[in-house]
Design a protein around this ligand. Sequence first.
Ligand code: SAM
Length: 245
Amino acid sequence: TSYGYETVGEGEKQGRVNAVFDRVASRYDLMNDLMSAGLHRVWKDNMVAALNPPRKRGYRALDVAGGTGDIAFRILKSSGGQAHVTVLDVNGAMLAEGQGRADKRGLSDKIDFVEANAEELPFEARSFDAVTIAFGIRNVPRIEVALGEAYRVLRRGGRFLCLEFSRVDVPFLEQAYEQWSFHAIPRIGRLVAGDEEPYRYLVESIRKFPSQGDFASMIERAGFERVRYTNYSGGIAALHSGWKL
Ligand code: SAM
């Protein structure tokens, strides 16, 4: 691809990403709240509202790069506890945090946690009604491969939803956002996680991620149909969706 990932090798990229999440797993919510000024909660609520999981038994969702379970818990709640959600993440520390939360909430029988890579999903074809990924695809070295895997494990008629930082399309907001991400986020990283370098890297990865339109085209190339996107907060984040028809 020509999205600038060539500067960092694939293995090195994944290694750096893992180091970031190893370090922040237990303070992950705090980091998110600080870095997005709490907005990530609203965006995630909107994502799950868009998915609108049915309140019926047997509905199966896969949350890729699911981390500590933020999306999974929301899907369960929205389905009235009827759905079953598989949280998949490459980082064991994030999953352990999520598993602890599921146990505490008495939801262990409705969620399972699987340590695996988005580029190589350990599931049979057509296993899920929905595949979601929130703030995860940006971290995956080969995005096309991950999109192809999401498509493979969805049943026909299944839905794909992807929430990710995107391109701000409001001029005033754009400047404020640049200031925020290049100055504030690395500082917050240093204060909370003790190191700003990994956060610089995360900010870089947001800049290098394709625009809303280009990413929509990538989703279509993976086979999805009726691909759409909605900007959140002026494009700071965007929700992309598509169907496997
Ligand atoms: N989805 C959660 C949320 O929105 O709160 C977590 C998002 S967090 C910013 C990104 C997650 O992607 C981390 O938990 C990280 O371990 C995971 N990740 C990074 N590369 C991955 C890969 N190749 N396959 C699966 N998960 C990956």
